[in-house]
Design a protein around this ligand. Sequence first.
Ligand code: MLT
Length: 401
Amino acid sequence: MFKINENYLQLNRNYLFSTISKKIDEFAQVNPNADIIRLGIGDVTKPLPASVIDSIHKSVDEMSKKETFRGYGPEQGYKFLREKIAETDYQKRGLKIDADEIFVSDGSKSDTGNIGDILGYNNTIAITNPVYPVYLDTTIMRLGNSDKLHLLECNEENGFLPEIPSKPIDIVFLCYPNNPTGTVMNRKKMKLWVDWALSNKSLILFDAAYEAYIMDEDVPKSIFEIENAEKCAIEFRSFSKNAGFTGLRCSYTVVPKALKTISSNGDVQSLNLLWGRRQSTKFNGTPYIVQRAAEAVYSIEGQEEVGDLVSYYMNNAAVIRNGLISKGWTVYGGENAPYVWLKCPEGHDSWSFFDQLLEKCHIVGTPGVGFGSNGEGYFRLTAFNSYEKTVEAVERINTHL
Ligand code: MLT
């Protein structure tokens, strides 16, 4: 008889956001007239920037002509996009990242989930608690609920920022600005992590999907702003949250050539080569049209439009944060991140607050406990809805709860 990967049986039955959308559907069926405001999944609502749409139209036309049609592209991404990313997101900021260290993909969810393919099964892995569920679930898919998995406790006492591990850890997932808590890591703290990784020969998997929302100068947008991080870190970036690509799908992963480790035969191994090898076998590249769309993000107009999108959502974050604080709620995040993390009112756990918010205010959020046990008693609201809906949501909360 064939066997399944039984590690899957150790996962929660459903992915967090699937459970939530099922609950919303059930509520909407019973309450067909309810005007539900969705501040749950971190999905953008504003349309794609005009420069991105123009570029999509142009590349669709290219695909229609024999001379300019494109079939399979390079698995790691087209040179035109890799060069633009390296130049704009890194070199212009004084960071030495080259185009051949950039791997274009269809989303940070895929890349943070797939990166384990090039990492050994015997690594000890640390994730924060609470955490973006993909790091936990994909680790369990590979290792099961293994004693190799360690949780870095994040709570009110440490401002939802993890302490440097006290036990040996080979690989750590860090996400800053943080999903779900909206907290950020300043330069000093990030340097502690890089120094720890270098001295322990550990690897940092750094998810920077929300870097566009950083307003504070003291918060690095890239882990490679920290000296020598290219020897211990891989960085994941996305076009989803800054340029509205959640439906279009494009991201990139930076695997520096300086990032090396030693295999059991004593040879030095480059993770850049391994990830390139993995991608060329398992991935046929992000669509040409989508890569042209991402390229447009780097045009002068594109940069302005993306800046406007980010400001729009950050204004929403301020509406939620300030609106709730003014009524006495305890709130984290929302200042350098599109997520606001609030403490549920006395007597509520995360799911009972979810139900109350849905029933009394017709608002959907994400229960903190869905991100891990330390999220119990907390709740996440996103800034990605429209300004009008966001204002109304805060009014409803402050009126009905
Ligand atoms: C979230 O709501 O946490 C995000 O939408 C997750 C994601 O980007 O995959």
